[in-house]
Structures are given as structure tokens and as C-alpha cells.
Design a protein around this ligand. Structure first.
Ligand code: ZN
Length: 890
């Protein structure tokens, strides 16, 4: 907790450390009430640092002893305050011995060393190692670690740390020890230890090189029946990185450990990944198809960090996207490659873009907008954002779009060749791509330095006489905090042209020599927009085409393009690019939703029997096209979410949007009831549950059909949902049925909710689903959420549980959260304030829920401002929450 106003840290102020750490040896005496840590490190002075002091960071620590080359450092030899231990007159080569004491049981921040359900865990990224010992806790300081863990043998039979186990044994008096050595240099944020009562599933796995490695997934006893999918995902990840990038696992042993109390998804500690249970534990009884897919991608993500993040790490935290954007890109490609089919890849791409639009575009348009490589921060924990991760991944994807898959691979190879073992910058990565591809990527740098979502406007002209077609692309980017004016970006825009039969035309650009040979003309071309406005001329265009622009979402921009309803329906039916087929349907739906929302705002009644012609016809065509992949159908038949619609409006009216989305869903349900029934029946997946993409796609479409049918809220619909609920043999079908029931007026809904809890109350992850489903249900108001907080299973201390109820309500139930009386905002402020003292990181995430407050009607704005100000006025506000709230109010 701070007492002063937190200060910003600036990228331009980066200076190398005055001392490097070569080796670290640590001894832990683990005790939940008071753990003692003895650290010995050898350091060497950096060139040019003569006369400079040695700066170590430490937080919530007791300094027990400090020795330099064996001699106690006297009170005049150092200063300690504000989390900094500064030591003076340090020789050029030095051995430091530091002893610290800390209290894991009292650590509710879940950073540093903490206990969860009686076991010990650590979390050191970004700056948690300083809660274990005093250290130059910054990612450019890389050292080798040797760690001895000592603990009670009965209470903590398992002792794990990074690298290889080199020794273990008894200490007498009921205690035992283990010694771990990590042969690779690493920054302190990759340090980890785990101790406690855990069991593992293990396998030996043969690498392509023939070397055998030991793979382990550690969980609490009783969860061993839920580790197989994580293990399979790990093996798939290892193979994929060998095949796609030629990258081999460099350790003899790779461990994943699941923990129920965790701030984030998972953490890539060298050789000892620590995971939120949510991204490890799965069996058909407790996990949904989405959970299975999430586990696969997070296991992949953390494994891929071993090269992109660990072997090559970040020079400073401003470069966070260097590892995160790249690793998200890698996990997205991994999941896509595992599905294997073209349509499966498209489905994955659509899902990823949906996340970007739903979460990152709003961030980029709000008060917390920041570049992929920020210029400053107050609290680094607030910068683990969708911009760093998801937009960062889009930036990496654009290299691949510009250089081609082979060119991108060459760039990756060069990056590792140059930087293995180093802590580097986003510029280093870009240089490797540019040099390997022989391309000038200097303008591309603006994707790292400028915040905001660029807009690209498309204008076209067909000249029948000249048989030429012109596409004019004009870019702009709105102002963001601290960046009023933007320079033009380097934007790859993939385009295709459809003829009247819906086929791709061969593309011949006027500027390209000898492009007349139609047999080799491509049907998708990447236009490189680098100027504010550019016109591209295509020749030999036989008829006026329908343009398909930004195929596969080739750049993270908003595309302004005018289509008629008929053109959108045509693209939805014909575009060879599946992403743009989906996009056309979404545009059609969005247009209708915005028009209806306008009508509601003007007090017009929505006609229940309105003939949803253009949209209805398009949906009918999709729903009845048996050649389509069910997973694609599900996405194409899902209306844009309420928050995505909100993003399109100047003044957001959450209740109007909600009313319209429901109205449209009902209209589509009744117009297509028979087709929904057919889709429901024909996408059943009888037999044993399997989470494979084909089965999951069928279940997805079937359950979407169920949700539309239940919108009609009649007896038959209720029966269908109830029977699915009663007979489900997997969580995907069970929770889908429960959600349909709870969002209807079905007579059995309360009984179903109660029985669900009884059946699953032993499964924390399912209890989370139970809270979350209720938090997002349409009848759940603020009072009902407050009531749920009194449920014995609720706890603010456990981040998953807090997220399942509070975040789900504040972020996932906009019509209720934005209640006109402001009660939702009061609730929000209460919870931010309560969480602030327990866990600042989680509190700061929740604090983000109001950061778009200026987009709402004035009456709502006033109430939101009052809630924000109440939080701002709270005593001992953490740096984390303070930064978010003050930027929101700025
Ligand atoms: Zn990551």
C-alpha cells in the first residue's frame, strides 16, 4: 500500500543495471507462518558503472541479514526504504548473502510466495521475486539458479523448483529437502517453487531428436482423473514447435502444476509452469468444449514461451508484447494447425478476432489505451492487457502476412540465431524480420508506438470500357491519451474480387509487369497501404465485381465499406474467404441491430411480427446449407454481442441494445423454428463424449439451436431444454441446457439450478460456472448478485470465484449492471474497494469495468463518475487500482 502518489516509469529512462548477477543459490525453510530464505548471489559490475551503487528491490520482506564477501554490511553501507535496498561501495566482483523472512499465509496478493489450500506456490512475473528476496528484479538481469527447499515431510512431501532435481533426502526431525538446478540463465520473473501434497500424472516422451524427456502434470489428489487432456496438449505442443519452428524442448523434465488460487491463466516459469486449475483440469463431467479448447491453447502458450520469452526474454517490461504477442500468435497457430481443416482454421480465426473486437477495440478507444509497446506505466501488472496480448499477436501475424509463411520462419530463425540467451526489444524482433525478408519495415514500427485502432475506408470504381477496377484505401487513426496525431501505418489489406457467379476473379494489378498470364494470377492479393490514401488499379476485370476486403482479417483495423444488404447476403453465401463470409453476416446483423436500437431509443415499439427479411433469409440459407461446417454455422448464426453493438454507438443504451438483441433472436427463432429443430436433431452427438473439433462444432450448433428455440419460451421449448439437462452425459450439454432454462420462464429452472449445485458442489471449477451463469442471466439484478455473495460457497479471496460472480455480472450482464438507478455502480465500487485490500491485481481488473463511462447517457455518466470518485477517495488505494481509476477520470 502506498502513501504517496505513485510515479510513472518511462521507457525512455531505461538504463542497464549497474551489476549483473551470475549465479544465485537459494535455501528455503518453508513454513506457512514464517518462511526464511537465504540467498547467495555472485555479481559483476557492469562496464561503465564504477562508482554506482547496487540497487536491489524488496517488498513485504524482513531483512534478516546482509553480507558482502562474507562480511556483514554495516548500517552506513546501505539504505533501505520504499522497496529499494541500495548498497554502496560494492566491489567489481562480489558475493552477496541475504537472508529474508516472509509470511506466506498472510499473502493474499498471490504474488511472491503464498499458500493455497495448504500448499506453497510462487508467482514472480512481473515483480514478485522481490517479495521473496532482495534482488535486481528486472528481466535484463539473467542468472543461473540452484535452489534447496526444506520443509516438513508429511505436510509437504513434494518439493519442486525450476530445472533438474539433483539431490533429495531427509533432514531428520520430520523434515526433508530437495535441490534443484536450472542450467539455463533466466530472469528472476521465471523463478518458481511448489511444495505440498500433490500427485502427478507422468509420461516419458521422445523428441524428434530421439532424446527422452519426462513430462509431469501435478494436481491435488482427487484430480488425477482430470489431467489427461493437459498431458495430451503438452505433447501436441512439443511436437508442433519442433515441426513448425524447429524448436526443441531444452530440458530433461517439464512440469505443469495446477493451483486453485491464481491471478491469471498460467505462468511459464522455466521447466515448472504453474497453472490456474481452470486451464488444467478437465473431464467430460466437469469441463465444456470451450474449457477443453482453452486448456489446449494455454498449455501450448506456456510451453511456447520456453523459446519466446524464456530463451529469448524482454529487456524491460515495456517490451512485454515481444514475448506475449508472439506467444499468443504461436498458440493461435498451434490450435489452428491442430484442427487442420480449412474451415476449422477459419473458425479459429473468427473466434480470435471476436475476442479482439470485443475486448481490445474498446480498450484501444478508451482511457487506458496504450501502444503495443507502451511508453510509460505506473503499475506493470495493469499492462497485461488485450492490447499487449491480442493486438500484439495481430502485429506478429502481419509480419507473416507481409513476408509469407516461409519468410516469417526465416525471420524467426534469425531472431533465435541472434538473440538466444539474451534480453531484447521489440525493435530487435522487427529487425530480424526485416533482415531475413530483405524488407524495409521501418514504418511498421508505428504498430508498436501508436495506440488506437486504425480505420480504413474503402471506395471503389469500375470502368467498364477500360475493364479496370479501382480500389481506394484511406486510413486514419483517432487520438488516444497522449497521442493526438497519428502517422500512417503500414497496413496489409488482403483483397479478392467476386464475379456475378460468386467466383473469385483472377487479380492483375496494373503496376505489376507481365501479369497478363491469367493462369497464374492469384485470387487474393495483399495490398500494402502505407500512405494516408492510395488507389490500386486492377485490369482485365470483365464485370463489376463485389469486393472482398481484409480477407482473413489481415490487419487489426476497422473497415469502413459500403455494401447493400444484397451484396452482404451475396458475400455471406459465396465468398471463398470464410472469414469474410462470416463478416458479411455480422455486418448485416449489426446494421439491423443498430437501426432497431435507434427505434427503441425513439420510443418506437418493436413489432413482434416484423419480417426479418434480409437477415432472416441469410440466416435461413446458412442454417439449411448442409455443406457448411457446423462450427462455422454456429458463429455465423450468432448475433453480435451486446458489447460489440455498444462499441458502434456514440451514446450507449445498454437496455435498448439488450431489448433489441432479444427481439431479433426471438424473431429469428420463430421465423426459423422448424429449421432450428432440424439443426438440433441432426447435430446430436450420441455415444461417448469427445472434445474433438468436429463433435464440439456439432454440439455448438445444436446448443445454439436450443437457445433460439427456448427464446420462444413455450412448453415444448422448455421440455426440450429440461430433457437435455436431465440426460446430458457431458458438461457442455448440461450447462447449455441449464443456461437456456435459467434465461427462460421454464417451471423447472429453480430446481435445475439447485440440483446442479448439489451434483457439483465438490468441483470448484463447476461451482464457478454455477455462479457465473446466474450472474449473467437476464433476470439477475444487483440485489440478486448481492444475495449470491452470501452463499457459503462464495469468497472474494479466490480470484476464480470473484471473477465468476462479480466480473461476470459487471462485464457480462450490461442491461442489469447499468441499471438506471446506479445500483450496479455502487455494487462495483464496493467490490473494487473490498478487493483492493485483498488483491490489488484482481481489484484493478475489476476497476476497468467502468473505464468507458464517457460513452453512456449523461444521467448514467453522473452515477458512474460518483462511483469512480468514491473509489478514488478510498484510503490506502493500491498503485494498481489508483492507476486505473485516475486514468479513467482524467
Ligand atoms: Zn504469455
Amino acid at each position: 500500500m502506498r502513501t504517496d502518489t505513485p510515479q510513472a516509469i518511462y521507457r525512455k529512462d531505461y538504463t542497464p543495471p549497474s551489476y549483473w548477477v551470475n549465479t544465485v543459490e537459494m535455501g528455503f525453510d518453508l513454513d506457512p507462518d514464517l518462511t526464511r530464505v537465504a540467498t547467495r548471489m555472485t555479481l559483476s559490475r557492469n562496464i561503465g558503472s564504477r562508482g554506482k551503487s547496487l540497487v536491489l528491490y524488496g517488498e513485504s520482506l524482513e531483512l534478516v541479514q546482509l553480507r558482502m564477501n562474507g562480511k556483514e554490511v554495516g548500517k552506513r553501507g546501505y539504505t533501505l526504504g520504499n522497496g529499494v535496498l541500495e548498497i554502496f561501495n560494492v566491489p567489481a566482483e562480489v558475493t552477496l548473502d541475504i537472508e529474508t523472512a516472509l509470511r506466506p499465509n498472510q499473502n493474499t496478493s498471490l504474488m511472491g510466495l503464498y499458500t493455497s489450500n495448504g500448499n506453497f506456490f510462487t508467482q514472480c512475473e512481473a515483480e514478485g521475486f522481490r517479495k521473496i528476496t532482495f534482488f535486481p528484479d528486472r528481466p535484463d538481469v539473467m542468472a543461473t539458479y540452484k535452489v534447496m527447499l526444506r520443509a516438513d515431510k508429511d505436510k509437504y512431501p513434494v518439493l519442486l523448483s525450476n530445472g533438474n532435481l539433483i539431490e533429495e533426502g531427509d533432514l531428520g526431525d520430520g523434515r526433508h529437502y530437495a535441490v534443484w538446478e536450472d542450467p539455463f540463465k533466466k530472469p528472476s520473473y521465471l523463478f518458481a517453487l511448489v511444495a505440498g501434497q500433490l500427485v502427478c500424472q507422468e509420461e516419458t516422451y521422445k523428441l524428434q531428436s530421439g532424446r527422452e524427456v519426462l513430462l509431469q502434470v501435478w494436481v491435488e489428489e482427487g484430480n488425477l482423473d482430470k489431467t489427461q487432456h493437459a498431458m495430451d496438449s503438452l505433447k501436441n505442443s512439443i511436437r508442433w514447435d519442433e515441426e513448425r519452428f524447429g524448436l526443441e524442448l531444452d530440458l530433461d523434465r517439464f512440469m505443469i502444476v495446477a493451483v486453485g488460487d491464481f491471478n491469471m491463466g498460467a505462468m511459464e516459469n522455466k521447466g515448472l509452469n504453474i497453472f490456474n486449475t481452470k486451464f488444467v483440469l478437465a473431464n467430460p463431467r466437469i469441463a465444456t468444449d470451450a474449457d477443453y479448447a482453452g486448456i489446449e491453447s494455454v498449455v501450448g502458450h506456456e510451453y511456447f514461451h520456453n523459446w519466446t520469452g524464456n530463451r529469448v526474454t524482454c529487456r524491460d517490461w515495456f517490451q512485454l508484447s515481444l514475448k506475449e504477442g508472439l506467444t499468443v500468435f504461436r498458440d493461435q497457430e498451434f490450435s489452428a494447425d491442430l484442427i487442420g481443416t480449412d474451415s476449422g482454421r477459419a473458425v479459429k480465426r473468427i473466434e480470435d478476432v471476436r475476442v479482439l473486437r470485443q475486448a481490445q477495440f474498446p480498450e484501444d478507444a478508451g482511457p487506458m489505451a496504450h501502444p503495443v509497446r507502451p511508453d510509460s506505466y505506473v503499475e506493470i501488472n495493469n499492462f497485461y492487457t488485450v492490447t499487449i496480448y491480442e493486438k500484439g499477436s495481430e502485429v506478429v501475424r502481419m509480419y507473416q502476412t507481409l513476408l509469407g509463411r516461409d519468410g516469417f520462419r526465416k525471420g524467426m530463425d534469425l531472431y533465435f540465431q541472434r538473440h538466444d540467451g539474451q534480453a531484447v526489444t521489440c525493435d530487435d524482433f522487427r529487425a530480424a524480420m526485416a533482415d531475413a525478408g530483405g524488407r524495409d519495415l521501418s514504418q511498421f514500427e508505428l504498430w508498436y508506438s501508436q495506440a488506437g485502432t486504425p480505420r480504413v475506408k474503402v471506395e471503389t470504381r469500375y470502368d467498364e470500357v477500360a475493364q479496370s477496377y479501382m480500389i481506394t484505401l484511406t486510413q486514419s487513426c483517432p487520438p488516444t491519451p497522449g497521442q493526438p496525431n497519428k502517422l500512417p501505418f503500414h497496413i496489409p489489406v488482403a483483397v479478392g474480387l467476386l464475379d456475378s457467379g460468386g467466383r473469385d476473379m483472377p487479380l492483375v494489378l496494373d503496376s505489376v509487369e507481365g501479369g497478363d498470364d491469367r493462369s497464374v494470377a492469384p485470387t487474393t492479393m495483399v495490398l500494402e497501404l502505407t500512405e494516408p490514401s492510395q488507389t490500386f488499379h486492377f485490369r482485365n476485370v470483365r464485370e463489376e465485381p463485389v469486393p472482398s476486403v481484409l480477407r482473413n482479417f489481415s490487419a487489426p483495423v476497422i473497415l469502413d465499406i459500403e455494401y447493400t444488404d444484397a451484396q452482404l447476403a451475396f458475400l455471406m453465401a459465396n465468398d471463398s474467404d470464410a472469414f469474410n463470409r462470416w463478416e458479411a453476416g455480422q455486418r448485416l446483423a449489426m446494421r439491423r441491430m443498430l437501426a432497431l436500437t435507434e427505434a427503441v431509443k425513439n420510443g418506437e415499439a418493436l413489432d413482434r411480427n416484423a419480417d426479418e427479411n434480409a437477415l432472416g433469409a441469410a440466416f435461413r440459407a446458412t442454417l439449411t446449407d448442409n455443406a457448411l461446417d457446423p462450427a462455422f454455422c454456429e458463429l455465423a448464426l450468432t448475433l453480435p454481442s451486446e458489447s460489440v453493438v455498444a462499441e458502434q454507438m456514440d451514446v450507449v443504451h445498454p437496455q435498448a441494445i439488450h431489448q433489441v438483441r432479444r427481439f431479433l433472436r426471438r424473431a429469428l427463432a420463430s421465423a426459423l423454428r422448424f429449421q432450428w429443430e432440424v439443426a438440433y436433431q441432426s447435430n446430436r452427438t450420441p455415444g461417448a463424449y469427445s472434445p474433438d473439433p468436429v463433435s464440439a462444432g456439432k454440439r455448438g450448433l445444436k446448443n445454439l439451436a436450443l437457445s433460439y428455440i427456448v427464446e420462444l419460451d413455450d412448453g415444448d421449448a422448455h421440455k426440450l431444454a429440461q430433457s437435455q439437462y436431465d440426460n446430458a452425459n457431458n458438461m457442455t450439454d448440461r450447462i447449455a441446457a441449464l443456461s437456456a432454462l435459467v434465461n427462460s420462464n421454464a417451471p423447472g429452472k429453480d430446481a435445475a439450478l439447485a440440483s446442479f449445485y448439489e451434483d457439483f458442489k465438490q468441483e470448484a471449477l463447476v461451482v464457478d460456472k454455477w455462479f457465473s451463469l446466474q450472474a449473467m442471466a437476464r433476470h439477475t439484478d444487483v440485489a440478486a448478485v448481492r444475495e449470491l455473495m452470501n452463499h457459503p460457497a462464495f469468497s472474494l479471496r479466490n480470484p476464480n470465484r470473484a471473477r465468476s460472480l462479480i466480473f461476470s455480472f459487471c462485464n457480462g450482464n450490461p442491461a442489469q449492471f447499468h441499471a438506471p438507478d446506479g445500483s450496479g455502480y455502487e455494487f462495483w465500487a464496493d467490490q473494487v474497494i473490498a478487493l483492493n485490500t485483498i488483491n490489488p491485481q484482481v481489484a484493478a481488473r475489476l476497476a476497468r469495468s467502468l473505464d468507458r463511462w464517457r460513452k453512456y447517457a449523461p444521467e448514467l455518466q453522473d452515477r458512474m463518475r460518483a462511483a469512480l470518485q468514491r473509489v478514488a477517495a478510498t484510503k490506502s488505494l493500491s498503485k494498481d487500482v489508483h492507476e486505473v481509476i485516475s486514468k479513467s477520470l482524467a
